[in-house]
Design a protein around this ligand. Structure first.
Ligand SMILES: [Zn+2]
Length: 466
């Protein structure tokens, strides 16, 4: 490599740190490179050998250097339900998992982030607790359309809604009339709407038709109660509304592969729709989930092996844009582990710290590259939140959020090594590929081989202060 360094501000702009390695994943692909960092920002990217003398060098050698992951779907539940999770524990787990940016969901905290006053409470609750940079989605619920602009101006990146019962009473589901009112408002200032896309009708129908002798401990009983049609019909409605209001709609945690043709068609026709799926839909298959294993319960549910294969194909062809965890933990007793009853167990999977190895283990076996991972888990999520000029890629002018990891190292998931508040996870005991060695946040080392070498230095990300 003999290309001259690409400098942002001329030759006198000396970096104060260089992170270099033989396998640096840039938007142009994987190559040996040296990343020049000044005041936490990437100021130049040069060849591996070409570095100014006298500056601190962190050499990753043959390990992979990738952008820190951006996870846009995380439930931290603080304030109000901090016995479920919290900013300190979740963001430490993120740092240990190579995630440097989180966008937090507006529900499960009390209050839910559905007004500017509630948002202020949320921001106050983050003080001195953030190990990684953290932004926020606001919430769209029935009757709060008049609050949306204030939330947007206070710094939220967009708005989340549920088309079906959310599981908590502070965050009611929207009907079509609420969606229309909300989208008309969001269209005025160009904010995206994120939707939990399941409609209650097909779910009620499936429950009505349930075999009265079906075991509540059987995973297939839970799966049958959340049919693909609930997602497919909700997505059909959302696609029509996105087109009608010319507003960006983002489908969170897609599970039903039956929705893929209609999403593909809408995208081709110019509808502004993006789609995420989650590590658990890409990893597990319903046929393999044991009876009573309620730690696998989430909504929409993990579906069949054949469905999982179609989700992977849709990531590859761009119908699904990105991956986010939907990390949604709760105290273990709420998972009914003693009875294994799926009906009343809390639905939500804890996976924040494990998202990269979980996805990589499957991606690698299916022939995908590190460049795919950086697109699905770094660059595209950053774009969803409007952070593409600051986060999600190794490029000049971006924050020096970097992850150094070994994609060839296997490990067995030991819940004791997880930094989530609660350790219950369906990944426990699984052998995964990819160990996180070092995480840098804006040029500062925040995680190093199991240790956190500095006090929490994450910042709140506010849309108007970018
Ligand atoms: Zn969620």
């Amino acid at each position: 490599m003999s290309a001259p360094p690409q400098n942002l501000a001329g030759a006198d702009n000396n970096p104060n740190l260089i992170v270099r390695g033989k396998r640096v994943v840039t938007p142009e692909g994987e190559r040996p490179a040296a990343i020049h960092i000044r005041a936490g920002v990437i100021t130049a990217i040069s060849s591996y050998e070409e570095i100014p003398a006298g500056f601190a060098i962190h050499d990753a050698g043959g390990l992979v250097v990738m952008p820190g992951l951006v996870d846009t779907h995380v439930h931290i539940n603080e304030p109000g339900r901090t016995v479920w999770e919290g900013f300190a524990t979740a963001t430490r787990a993120a740092a240990a998992g190579g995630i440097t940016t989180l966008i937090e969901m507006p529900l499960n905290s009390i209050p839910a982030t559905t007004s500017a006053a509630a948002f202020r409470e949320k921001l106050d609750a983050t003080a001195n607790k953030l190990s990684v940079d953290t932004g926020f989605w606001g919430g769209l619920v029935p009757g709060n359309a008049a609050q949306l602009r204030a939330l947007w101006e206070a710094g939220c990146f967009g708005f989340k809604c549920f088309l079906v019962d959310s599981g908590v009473q502070e965050f009611a589901a929207v009907r079509e009339c609420d969606l229309r009112e909300g989208l008309a408002e969001l269209a005025k200032f160009g904010a995206p709407l994120l939707a939990h896309a399941e409609l209650p009708g097909p779910i009620d129908e499936a429950i009505k038709q349930r075999d009265p002798h079906a075991s509540p401990r059987a995973y297939k009983t839970w799966l049958a109660s959340r049919p693909r049609a609930a997602e497919d019909h909700a997505i059909d409605l959302l696609l029509r509304l996105a087109a009608g209001y010319a507003t960006h709609v983002h489908i969170v945690h897609l599970s039903s592969s039956d929705s893929l043709p209609q999403i593909c068609q809408a995208k081709t026709g110019g509808t502004r729709v993006t789609v995420e799926t989650c590590p658990h839909y890409l990893t597990f298959a319903s046929e393999e989930i044991p009876d009573g294993a309620t730690h696998f319960k989430c909504a929409p549910p993990i579906r069949e092996r054949e469905n999982r294969d179609k989700l992977w194909a849709a990531l590859a062809d761009g119908t699904i844009d990105m991956i986010a965890t939907d990390h949604s933990p709760c105290p273990p007793q709420m998972k009914n582990q003693h009875t294994g009853d799926f009906r009343t167990a809390w639905g939500g999977i804890a996976s924040l710290q494990l998202s990269l190895p979980a996805v990589w283990t499957q991606a690698r076996a299916r022939g995908y590259s590190l460049t795919h991972i950086a697109k699905w888990m770094c660059a595209t999520p950053a774009r969803l939140a409007g952070l593409e000029n600051k986060k999600g890629s190794i490029a000049i002018g971006r924050d020096a959020d970097l992850l150094i990891w070994n994609p060839g190292a296997a490990f067995r998931v030991d819940p004791a090594q997880l930094h989530h508040r609660h350790k219950l996870t369906p990944y426990a005991g699984q052998e995964l590929m990819g160990t996180i060695e070092t995480t840098f946040l804006r040029g500062k080392q925040i995680f190093e081989r199991g240790e956190f070498p500095s006090a929490p230095s994450g910042e709140t990300l506010l849309r108007h202060k970018l």
